[in-house]
Every structure is written in C-alpha cells, then in structure tokens.
Ligand binder design. Structure first.
Ligand SMILES: [Zn+2]
Ligand SMILES: [Zn+2]
Length: 338
C-alpha cells in the first residue's frame, strides 16, 4: 500500500512523494501519524547546516498519532493515541546503563539519523511509544521540545525561589522558563526579540523580561541586587552569548548549556573559580522528562494555545516551511496536521 511522504531531497527542497507503507516488524508499533511539530533541528536540516546528515531525509521527530498495528500484550491497542520518544537509544551502553538514555553513545534520532514522521505511517520500536492519556494530539506532538526544557531544569536542580535566567527565548528557552517556573524559580528571560519576551511574560508568567542589548547586564545586575543568578540556562545557539553567560552566574551558581554550537567556548578561569560555578551540559531528554511534561500539561501548567502558533497540512508544508523560518512570522511552534 502506498502513502504520502514529504522528503527533504536536498537542502532547500521538500518534495511530496509516494512510498510503500512501512511493514511493521515484531516489537514495533505501526503508527498513523496525526501531528508533527517542526523544530529548530528540522530548519537546520532544511537549510543544510545540520552536520553528518545524509539526504534525502524525511524530517520530523515531534510526533503524535494513533496506533494502527501493534503486538498483542504490548499494552497498546489499535486506535490508541500515542506520542513518540524520538531518541532511539541502545539500552546497553555506558550512558544507557546509568539511565542516561538521552546521551546514549549509539543514539539515533528519528527524523535526523533515520527517516522521521513527515509521512502518513511510521514504524517505531515499542519501547519508544507511549500512550498519550489526558492530553490531545496537538499537545502530544509538543512534548519533545518541552521535555528538553524540563531536562535542563532538572539538571539545574531549580528549587523554590531560585533566581533563574533563561538566555534565548525561542521554543527551548520558553520550555525551560515554563519548567523553571513550575519548579518555583524566579525567572528572568532575555532575548533580542520583543515578541518572544512578550510570550514569556504573558503566557509563561516569568517575573522579568530583558531585551538583549548593550545595557542588559546592568539591568540583570539591578534585578538581582548585584548578585546575578543562581541558575543561568543558555538556549541561544550563539557562541558569543554562551561566553557572555559565564559572568551572569552568581557565586555558587550553576550554568546549564542546552544549545549546542559548533565552536570552542572560552571563559576566564579565575572568574569561573571565584564563583565555584557548576557547569552542565544538557542534551535531549529522558522518559522521566517526557512524563514531567505530560503531568504539567494535564495540570494546565503549559500554555499550549500560545505555543502552537502555526499549522499546515502535509501538502502545504513545502510552501509553508520557508515562510515559517522568517522571524516576522513569529513562529513559536508550527504543527503539521495529517
Ligand atoms: Zn524538536
Ligand atoms: Zn546506549
């Protein structure tokens, strides 16, 4: 049986093609895809700036849908609404053995290292498919980027009253702000874009917003009585911003780098030591973080309507995606609906 698939044939080109519907193997779930969230990673693939990627590639790793076929006794039934944890970990390496499946040495990410969800049907190993209970298909397709923010907040161990600075208010920064707030943190968001800061203030309820400009550090100092922050979370994707962030960590504070940059990062060791800064990387998310997000969604703590700003069908995607990359479109999360 044939199905429609949108494939990134080469950088800058999306084509709707017909492919054979995938055959489900034992241990896999055949999913009828219903929503696919578009992510920074997809934009990088489309623009040809994602390293180590082979084209053609079917993008899409933020996915919800309905079970079409599944093994008996797998705890799922045809018609169940599900979401997918797209980080396909091996389960046996040094990281997986510690439960850190998010940084598995052999990790394969759906829609990056293997073909993703911009298709009518996909097959996924059963252990990466979770029943979406108490949330709708839109919400279920938005768990992944939120889980990245939840993971960063868990890494930072944010507790009640902790002064937290989120640098970069794109989708991941907004996600970090949501879960920092949920953990009881006092959150400041900083970004160059006023529209994103407005979302942080109006939809997320952060305490302070600061426009990234020359005087920003003076403002951050004033907001914290000169102490700066217990926790700084970088979600900028900018080497210069990451380097500047070290000085925004208060004494005894923690710096979490969520965004990855293809660069070496430099910092002043005396300044780093003076503060006894805790420096952490945060990569992907684990099943625990996905559950944290779903629990927060069920409790109404995630402003889903404010986040899902744009929408297109699979047929419209080739035309819509380049438009969504324009900052004037003010996309937070765009969903492809099937
Ligand atoms: Zn994503
Ligand atoms: Zn592993």
């Amino acid at each position: 049986m044939k199905m429609n698939v949108v494939v990134c044939t080469r950088p800058g080109q999306l084509d709707m093609i017909q492919r054979e519907r995938p055959m489900r193997q034992p241990g896999e779930v055949l999913i009828r895809v219903r929503r696919v969230g578009m992510c920074g990673t997809d934009m990088h693939i489309y623009r040809g700036v994602q390293p180590f990627l082979e084209y053609p590639r079917v993008m899409g790793h933020e996915v919800s849908g309905e079970v079409a076929e599944v093994d008996e006794g797998a705890g799922l039934s045809p018609g169940d609404q599900v979401y997918v944890m797209p980080y396909m970990s091996c389960g046996t390496c040094i990281a997986c053995a510690k439960g850190k499946t998010n940084c598995c040495t052999r990790i394969e990410v759906l829609g990056v290292h293997r073909d993703g969800a911009l298709a009518e049907y996909i097959t996924v190993p059963h252990r990466f498919v979770v029943k979406a209970e108490g949330i709708d298909l839109d919400a279920a397709a938005m768990i992944e980027f939120l889980a990245i923010g939840a993971h960063a907040v868990r890494r930072a161990n944010i507790t009640v009253g902790r002064k937290t600075l989120v640098v970069g208010a794109g989708p991941i920064g907004i996600a970090a702000a949501i879960f920092a707030k949920a953990a009881g943190g006092m959150v400041t968001a900083i970004d160059a874009r006023q529209d994103r800061l407005d979302t942080c203030r109006d939809a997320v309820g952060v305490e302070h917003i600061v426009v990234a400009r020359e005087e920003a550090d003076a403002e951050l100092s004033r907001l914290t009585d000169g102490d700066f922050y217990d926790v700084v979370i970088d979600a900028t994707g900018s080497p210069a911003a990451i380097e500047a962030g070290f000085a925004r960590v208060g004494h005894g504070g923690t710096y979490v780098l969520v965004s990855v940059v293809a660069a070496d990062i430099r910092f002043s060791d005396p300044e780093f030591h003076k503060r006894e800064t805790t420096l952490l990387a945060s990569r992907n998310a684990t099943a625990e973080d996905f559950e944290t997000v779903v629990t927060a969604m069920r409790a109404g703590k995630v402003p889903l309507a404010a986040l899902a700003t744009h929408r297109a069908t699979l047929t419209e995607l080739a035309e819509a995606l380049p438009r969504w990359m324009d900052p004037r479109e003010r996309v937070i999360k765009a969903l492809v609906e099937l």
